[in-house]
Design a binder for this molecule. Structure first.
Ligand SMILES: Nc1ncnc2c1ncn2[C@@H]1O[C@H](COP(=O)(O)OP(=O)(O)OP(=O)(O)O)[C@@H](O)[C@H]1O
Ligand SMILES: [Mg+2]
Length: 324
C-alpha cells in the first residue's frame, strides 16, 4: 500500500474549463479518504488525474514517494472502480476478474488461485460462472470491486460505486466496503456527492466546491466546525440553518430547542410553523421567522402548521461566519 500526495494540482480541459484548481491533499497509507461535493465540483476529474486517465495541467502528484505526473496508468499501481462498473457483458464473472491478470501474463494457475481467493473474500464464489447480465446490482458492484482487488493495487480509486444501487442495498454495501477496507488496510479514495455516505465511510472527508477544496478533516470535526457557509450548508440533513444579518449566524436543526431562551446570551427566534416533516424517528419543523425559515429537529411533541412557536439555541451551539 501507499499514501498519496497532491500538491497544487490543477486541471484545465481543452475547452478552457477550469475543472480543478490548487488541490493540496495528503492521503496517508491505509486511509479511507472521501472526496465529496456537488455535481461538477471536480471530484471525478481529480480521481482520473490520480489514475492517469486525465493529464495533469499543473502541480505534482505522488504515489508513495514517487512523482507520477507522467507515469502511464498501467504503471501507477492504482485500481479504479467506475460508477457504471464497466464490466464486460459477454464474459463470466471469473473472466471479468481475471482479465487484468491475463493481460499482465500472470500464470494460469496463479490467476485461478487469486480469483478464487478474492471471490471468497467478497462472497462471489458461487457466481463465478455467471455473466454480468445475470447478476443483481449489488453483485455486479462486487465484481467490479473484485476486479480491482485482484490487481493488489497500492491505491483504490472509487467513483460513486454505489450510486446505481437502491437505498437498502447501498447501506449494506457501504458497510461491507468499510469492513473490506479495514481488512485490506487499503488506501482508498472514494468519490461521492452524497454527504451521508461521506460522513459514514470516510476516515477523513475532503469537501469540494467549484474545483477547490473547502475543508479537509474527520467527518465529525468538519460537521461540528464547518470552515465556511458552503460546508455548513452542504453537510447535514436538513443542513445547518444560516440566518441573515451583519455576520452570518449558523445553527444546526438538532441544536434548536422549543421554548423561550433561558438566558440572554442565547439565540431566540419567534415564528409561525410553515411545515412539519415526519422522518420516523423525529420531526422536522420549518419555522418562518421574518425573512428566514429555520429547520428544527424535535424528538417529541405534536405540532400543527400555522401555530406560533418560539425556539432558542445555546451560545455554544452557535456558529458565526463572516460575510467574506
Ligand atoms: N472531458 C471534459 N472536457 C471538458 N470539461 C469537462 C470534461 N469532464 C468534465 N468537465 C467539466 O469539469 C468540471 C468538473 O467535472 P467532474 O466530472 O470532475 O465533476 P464531478 O464532481 O465528478 O461531478 P458529478 O458529481 O456530476 O460526477 C465540470 O464543470 C465539467 O463540466
Ligand atoms: Mg463525477
Amino acid at each position: 500500500m501507499a499514501g498519496l500526495t497532491l500538491h497544487k494540482i490543477k486541471k484545465v480541459y481543452e475547452n478552457g474549463v477550469n475543472a480543478v484548481q490548487h488541490i493540496d491533499l495528503e492521503i496517508v497509507d491505509g486511509e479511507f479518504m472521501v472526496l465529496v461535493g456537488p455535481s461538477g465540483c471536480g471530484k471525478t476529474t481529480t480521481l482520473r488525474m490520480i489514475a492517469g486517465l486525465e493529464e495533469i495541467t499543473g502541480g505534482i502528484l505522488k504515489i508513495g514517494d514517487r512523482e507520477m505526473n507522467d507515469t502511464p496508468p498501467g504503471e501507477r499501481n492504482v485500481s479504479m472502480v467506475f460508477q457504471n462498473y464497466a464490466l464486460y457483458p459477454h464474459m463470466t464473472v471469473f473472466k471479468n476478474m481475471a482479465f487484468g491478470l491475463k493481460a499482465r501474463k500472470v500464470h494460469k494457475s496463479k490467476i485461478q488461485e487469486i480469483v478464487q481467493e478474492t471471490a471468497k473474500k467478497i462472497g462471489l464464489e458461487d457466481l463465478l460462472q455467471r455473466k454480468p447480465g445475470e447478476l443483481s446490482g449489488g453483485q455486479r458492484q462486487r465484481v467490479a470491486l473484485g476486479r480491482a482487488m485482484v490487481r493488489n493495487p497500492s491505491v483504490f480509486l472509487l467513483d460513486e460505486p454505489l450510486s446505481n444501487l437502491d437505498a437498502k442495498m447501498r447501506t449494506s454495501m457501504r458497510r461491507e466496503l468499510a469492513l473490506l477496507q479495514r481488512e485490506l488496510k487499503a488506501t482508498m479514495v472514494y468519490v461521492t456527492h452524497d454527504q451521508a455516505e461521506a460522513m459514514t465511510l470516510g476516515d477523513r472527508i475532503c469537501v469540494m466546491h467549484e474545483g477547490r477544496i473547502q475543508q479537509v478533516g474527520r467527518p465529525m470535526d468538519v460537521y461540528e466546525n464547518p470552515a465556511n457557509t458552503f460546508v455548513a450548508s452542504f453537510l447535514g440533513n436538513p443542513p445547518m440553518n444560516l440566518l441573515q444579518g451583519k455576520d452570518q449566524i449558523g445553527v444546526r436543526p438538532e441544536k434548536l430547542k422549543i421554548g423561550p431562551a433561558p438566558e440572554n446570551s442565547c439565540l431566540q427566534l419567534n415564528g409561525v410553523l410553515d411545515m412539519v416533516e415526519q422522518t420516523g424517528d423525529s420531526q422536522i419543523l420549518y419555522l418562518k421567522c421574518g425573512q428566514d425559515t429555520v429547520a428544527i429537529r424535535v424528538q417529541e411533541g405534536e405540532y400543527t402548521t400555522g401555530q406560533e412557536l418560539t425556539c432558542h439555541a445555546l451560545p455554544k451551539d452557535l456558529h458565526t461566519f463572516s460575510k467574506q
